[in-house]
Design a protein around this ligand. Structure first.
Ligand SMILES: [Zn+2]
Length: 375
């Protein structure tokens, strides 16, 4: 796509507009303003952006590209989010700037540059003469960084109508690896109820919730299987009030991850099957997986296609497995082939040095265009 390389200045101008409209997931007014800026940019390029109103989160943005002349059957979904983890005002200390081949700023890499690449991929598609076989739906959401509670039903509905989902989350590492597998992610809480008593006067009457919790944790820790992609991390622990009181309450919050659906299910089963080891203690277990794993088999065919297209374009492409989830986890769980990490190449997501490598923006846009054309 020779059309895209000279478009880098326009791509950066669009990126600047998107990034300088701050869009924290939890601030609806600000997110809505950013949604408006993105809509305007797409409309300016001849698309028809349609806002889907949300009550508590930023509005969603849908752009349908279905050229009237060609007969399309089927649909492709291009999915991403415009919300960021940065609260408004972050820009003051972390301004948008381009320096040394990198564009810095909050949300550049995760994932506003991805939205820019998609916009220019669409422009490239509008210019080619080859008719599209499928209609393309671009959907930009506003709450991915906080679990996608509000947007989930909308993108799942679009995904169900689609033959493939392309997720514009950042790629991984300096080589821009695509994410062909993502762990499922969850959180669980274990509360131990014991019985309080004086540690000196009546130790025999107490049931120590902390001791019970410690023993349970020693057991839970053994479920870790790094090689198999299963991890359980006790991230928060609380319990007890004074040293001379046998504590009646202790709790732990666990981070759960698994690479495969059966492992996810097994982990949830095991957690809920925990029984107290001390007589009289009681366990309360809540939570589980929020995002199921994106299993590699859901990406295999799409990655092979992307890889061969990349070769034709003289780009090298690799793949990787990552521990964090995205909305691609949800679409893959619906059995829709999903390819994730098709967005920007860069580094520093969710940190003060977040940036993208600007030279890669036109080529990644071209790769997306080729994928949409050929799928
Ligand atoms: Zn993201």
């Amino acid at each position: 796509m020779p059309f895209l390389k000279p478009r880098l200045p326009q791509m950066l101008a669009a990126l600047r507009r998107f990034v300088t409209a701050e869009s924290p997931s939890l601030e609806k007014a600000a997110a809505d303003r950013c949604c408006g800026v993105i809509a305007e940019e797409w409309n300016r390029h001849g698309a028809r952006a349609e806002r889907i109103a949300q009550k508590h989160r930023g509005d969603l943005l849908r752009i349908i590209h279905a050229p009237g002349k060609s007969r399309t059957s089927g649909q492709l979904l291009v999915l991403g989010h415009y919300d960021t983890v940065y609260s408004t005002g972050t820009l003051a200390g972390m301004p948008f700037r381009v320096r040394g081949g990198k564009a810095y700023g909050p949300g550049t890499f995760d994932m506003k540059a991805g939205i820019v690449q998609a916009l220019f991929a669409l422009q490239a598609l509008q210019r080619v003469e080859i008719p599209l076989r499928k209609r393309i739906v671009f959907l930009w959401t506003s709450d991915e960084e906080i679990g996608s509670e509000s947007s989930r039903k909308f993108f799942e509905a679009e995904a169900r109508r689609s033959d493939a989902v392309f997720v514009l989350e950042p790629s991984f590492g300096p080589r821009g690896l695509l994410k062909t597998a993502r762990k499922g992610v969850g959180e669980a809480e274990l509360i131990v109820h014991g019985r309080a008593s004086h540690a000196g006067l009546a130790p025999q009457e107490g049931i120590n919730a902390i001791h019970e919790l410690a023993r349970q944790l020693a057991r839970i820790e053994k479920w870790n299987d790094l090689r198999g992609g299963v991890t359980i991390n006790a991230g928060i622990i609380e319990g007890g009030k004074r040293t001379n009181v046998i504590p009646e309450l202790a709790r732990v919050v666990l981070d759960l991850r698994a690479l495969r659906v059966p492992d996810m299910r097994r982990l949830e089963r095991r957690l809920h099957a925990l029984r107290p080891l001390q007589r009289g203690a009681r366990l309360e277990i809540t939570g589980g997986f929020d995002r199921p794993p994106l299993e590699r088999k859901m990406s295999t065919a799409l990655f092979a296609r992307a890889n061969s297209l990349a070769k034709q374009m003289n780009l090298s492409l690799g793949e990787c497995t990552v521990g964090g989830g995205s909305d691609g986890n949800f679409t893959a769980a619906l059995s829709i082939p999903t390819l994730d990490g098709l967005g920007a190449v860069g580094d520093g997501a969710h940190s003060s040095h977040e940036h993208v490598f600007i030279d890669t923006m036109p080529e990644r846009a071209a790769l997306l265009a080729a994928l949409l054309l050929g799928s």
